[in-house]
Structure formats: C-alpha cells, structure tokens
Design a binder for this molecule. Structure first.
Ligand code: E4P
Length: 220
C-alpha cells in the first residue's frame, strides 16, 4: 500500500517527504482554506516537492464548472489529479476529464454503489472516507474492504484510496482490507513512526556504546 499525506501545509509535506515514504499528497477545500495560502501556489509548491499524485479539488457544483476548473488545475502541474465530489455532476465531469487524459480522484465516497459508479465513470482513484463512516456508527474499514473486493471481482482498475484516516490502526486495517493507497494526516504519520521499545532500545544501545567508547583498550 502506498502512502499519501492529507494536508495543504508545506512544512508537513516537506518533513514526511524527507522520510522517503510519500507517493503523493491529497488536499481538499477545507485543508487549503486552513493553510491560509493561495490554492494554485500551494498545489504548485507541493508538486515541486513530491513527484507523485497531487489531488486538487474543484469547488463548482455543476459539471460544466467542474470540467472547466478541472482543466485549469490540471495545467498547474503534470502531477495534478483532479478531485471531484461523488455527485451526478462529479461523475459526468469525471467521464469527460478522463476522456481527455486527465487523472481524477472521486471523493466523498460512502458506499459501494457510489464506488462502482465512479469506476464506470473512469475514476483513477476512489476515496472512501473511513473515519467519517465510523463517526456515524458504521464500519469505515469494512467499506474499504467491500469496495476493493467488488473492484477485484469486476476487474476494475480504479485505485482504492483510503481517506479520512484517524489513527495508525486505521492504516493497518486499510492495508489489510486491500487499499492501494492511504492518505494520512501529518499527526498520524508521527504516531506511526513511534514505538516505546524503539526509543528504549536506542537509548540502551547509545548508553552501552558511550561506555564502550569511554573504556581504555586494556579494559576487559
Ligand atoms: C481525503 O482526501 C480527505 O481530504 C480527507 O481524508 C478527509 O479527512 P477528514 O474526514 O479527517 O476530514
């Protein structure tokens, strides 16, 4: 499973990208708004840092507006993936943009029927929102698992992008459910990398090494 980071904060992208684990970045209108930055500038700056897929979401509600916006954002960088909401207009825009060779990420997916429709419309990625499904008392990871199973059975190439990831266990569950990609917030990356036994083990290794380095060659 590949990792994207779910953020519009450049420092967060830079830091996690330096770990060598990122294949892409997802943004949404809320994330871009909270960054306080210009949309185009943020996307282009991210594209300059990360070579993989960079999702940039349209905000029009009608298909014509989405197509116009999609064509525009797709020109900002060869890495841009146009993010479209899972609505009738979004599906229509997905079909048109896909036919023009533009990559798409159909977002706000909360059911398998929606995911099947997005695949038919040619979506490059489908984004089921695990955390938000959990929030209403359903099972977000089971949704990911069912979408993946339906895609495999139907020989569908649309990639399953597990979104709305809230904690490291979600990442593990998404991987085991067959997600192709998980888009992960910065905080969850920092939680994933830490383990108390890693810190304790490293402290002990360095303490032993310092004692050894301080010893004379004759010391047994
Ligand atoms: C996906 O692309 C979305 O940006 C994101 O994962 C939504 O997550 P949230 O439910 O934590 O806002």
């Amino acid at each position: 499973m590949e990792f994207f980071i779910d953020t519009a904060i450049i420092d967060e992208v830079r830091e996690i990208n330096a770990w060598g684990v990122l294949s892409g970045v997802t943004t949404n209108p809320s994330l871009v708004a909270s960054s306080g930055r210009d949309f185009k500038e943020v996307i282009q700056e991210i594209a300059g840092l990360v070579g993989g897929a960079i999702s940039a979401e349209v905000t029009s509600l009608d298909s014509e507006g989405m197509i116009k916006e999609g064509r525009e954002v797709a020109q900002w960088s060869e890495h841009v993936v146009v993010k479209l909401p899972l609505t009738p207009a979004g599906l229509q825009a997905c079909k048109t943009l896909t036919s023009e060779g533009i990559k798409t990420n159909v977002t706000l997916c909360f059911s398998v029927p929606q995911a099947l429709l997005a695949a038919r419309a040619g979506a490059t990625y489908i984004s089921p929102f695990a955390g938000r499904v959990d929030d209403i008392g359903w099972d977000g990871v089971e949704l990911i698992r069912q979408i993946k199973e339906a895609y495999v059975l139907g020989n569908i190439g649309t990639r399953v992008l597990a979104a709305s990831i809230r904690h490291p266990t979600h990442v593990v569950q998404a991987a085991l459910a067959g997600a192709d990609v998980a888009t992960i917030p910065y905080k969850v990356f920092t939680q994933m990398v830490k383990h108390p036994l890693t810190s304790a083990g490293l402290d002990a290794f360095l303490k032993d090494w310092a004692e050894r380095a301080g010893a004379s060659p004759e010391t047994p």
